[in-house]
Design a protein around this ligand. Structure first.
Ligand code: GTP
Length: 362
């Protein structure tokens, strides 16, 4: 079994984090998300992975190389222009020699891939699509199926109250190679909007694999923070230990500043007169000054928070510096190397990058 992980998107909604880090490499509890995806594929027995990439591919290549460090074979296919979620599959057709998984590179889920393989073998057809149930399907691609699981209809982003079902496309597919013959070559094609509906209209059988797994699309800053809250609470299982966790936890265990759950990498320095937590992830070598308050935040490596600064519900990329007495409002996203001067007050939802003015979220 092979897997194609779609890693070519620009991740516009996560800017400025994605100005220098492609979305699949954004850290989840201090490990690039794509490395966690690779671990899941490995656990399901998959050793042959293809990355259709295009946006900032070098950082992906630098981290994974040929895959041998992960006991995997990794093939990169770089798109000159984005080919879309199906065009990217067509573009790697020459490497496919049997049924294959397709994973969106930005979905955090507890889905058991081995079970999904079993389901597909049992059902047959051209493919199985992972679905999950949501309260409000209006922002998603809805997938209606019959009692036997055969998919009958795709409805993209139905107006509120008009959705035929609350089951949505969860971004993991297990497909037969014949699907690739249905995708036109050389242009941008969306698997959700074009290929899947086309397969149905030509009578092909696709099956719904609906589970109650944890699932979140990391594509928006608020979802990225929510994913971390869920990881820290254990709602998304098996990523961190409860309480104070991480490579730097042992050394900070008796630090009075920490309010669990908190996840810390190596080399982190926290003044005991600070307040850090709950729901905080600190990357390697972060430093938190005396009197600072850091709550519901994900700070990447080497972030420095000055004395008495208040930082809440904020994401800061590597090497961000926040000056003393600054107040950073909820929903703020700060890009790599940005400096927030002492005593600054940032409104909720601010976007800050090293080279640009502070902007407000639209
Ligand atoms: P936004 O710009 O914020 O919408 O994000 P995105 O385009 O990076 O991600 P989106 O949620 O639209 O796409 C889902 C997955 O498909 C992500 O893992 C993307 O990396 C990937 N993807 C989207 N478009 C392409 C593409 O044209 N080529 C490749 N190879 N991957 C893509």
């Amino acid at each position: 079994m092979q897997a194609i992980v779609l890693v070519g998107g620009e991740g516009t909604r996560l800017r400025p984090l994605t100005h220098r880090t492609p979305k699949p490499m954004v850290p989840i509890a201090n490990v690039p998300f794509l490395a966690r995806t690779i671990e899941r594929l490995y656990a399901a027995g998959i050793r042959d992975v293809i990355f259709p990439a295009g946006y900032l591919p070098q950082s992906i290549i630098d981290y994974f190389g040929d895959g041998s460090r992960f006991d995997m074979r990794i093939t990169y296919v770089i798109e000159k222009e984005p080919l879309g979620t199906a065009g990217a599959l067509k573009n790697v057709e020459q490497y496919i020699d049997g049924p294959f998984f397709v994973l969106n590179g930005d979905i955090l889920t507890s889905l058991d891939l081995t079970e999904m393989i079993r389901f597909h073998r049992e059902k047959g057809g051209l493919g199985a699509l992972h679905l999950i149930r949501v309260d409000d399907p209006s922002a998603f691609g809805c997938v209606a199926h019959d009692a036997d699981g055969r998919i009958r209809q795709f409805v993209e982003k139905p107006p509120k109250g008009s959705a035929p079902t609350n089951e949505i496309n969860a971004g993991t597919y297990l497909l037969e190679p014949d699907v690739l013959a249905m995708i036109p070559a050389g242009r941008n094609v969306s698997i959700e909007r074009e290929t899947f509906p086309r397969l149905l209209s030509t009578g092909k059988m696709l099956y719904a694999y609906t589970t109650g797994d944890y699932w979140i699309d990391l594509g928006r800053p608020e979802h990225y923070l929510q994913a971390h809250r869920d990881i820290l609470s254990g709602a998304m299982p098996c990523i961190v230990e409860p309480g104070i966790s991480g490579a730097g936890a042992q050394r900070l265990m008796s630090n009075a500043a920490l309010i669990a759950p908190v996840h810390v990498d190596e080399g982190v320095e926290i003044d005991p007169a600070a307040t850090v937590g709950p729901n905080v992830v600190l990357g390697a070598r972060c430093r938190i000054g005396a009197g600072a308050l850091v709550r519901d935040c994900v700070l990447w490596d080497d972030v420095i928070i000055g004395e008495r600064a208040v930082v809440e519900e904020t994401i800061a990329a590597s090497r961000v510096r926040i000056g003393a007495d600054a107040r950073i409002g909820p929903g703020t996203v700060i890009g790599h190397d940005a400096i927030v001067p002492a005593a600054s007050v940032l409104a909720p939802g601010s976007r800050v990058s090293a080279t640009a003015e502070v902007t407000q979220e639209k």
